[in-house]
Design a protein around this ligand. Structure first.
Ligand code: AMP
Length: 114
């Protein structure tokens, strides 16, 4: 069996994380290496390696992830805006093989990204 990803270990409470939100489908915690004053990762409890691995069966779950982002952004008082990013695969800069959505805010973010 493939080794658990670090995010699966967070879901299973084997390693600690600063959890800011959780529900039946998703878990959200602060990024260990924040790129903005607010940097939260929202992950599905279901193990999906990347967005490219999501199937039609995951369509509702993908919406639930974004709905969770919106709730967390409200919770974090990001009324001035924020950015939502999903890195996918090597060219997308994905480093953890468990689908995750980055929520970044609390400062003005540049565009285009590097
Ligand atoms: P990505 O490059 O899109 O795969 O993002 C992975 C993110 O996970 C990076 O921003 C890391 O800083 C973050 N990360 C890695 N390990 C942990 C951890 N144990 N707790 C919180 N964030 C983590």
């Amino acid at each position: 069996m493939a080794a658990k990803t670090i995010f699966k270990r967070i879901i299973d409470k084997e390693i600690a994380a600063q959890i800011v939100y959780e529900d039946e489908h998703c878990l959200a915690f602060r990024d260990i290496n924040p790129q903005a004053p607010i940097h939260v990762l929202v992950i599905p409890r279901k193990e999906i390696p990347s967005l490219a691995h999501a199937t039609e069966d995951d369509t509702v779950l993908l919406g639930q992830l974004l709905a969770a982002v919106r709730v967390i952004a409200d919770q974090m008082k990001l009324a001035n805006g924020y950015r939502v990013i999903i890195n996918c695969g090597p060219d997308g800069g994905q480093t953890v093989d468990h689908l995750h959505v980055h929520l970044l805010g609390g400062r003005r973010l540049d565009w285009p990204p590097g």
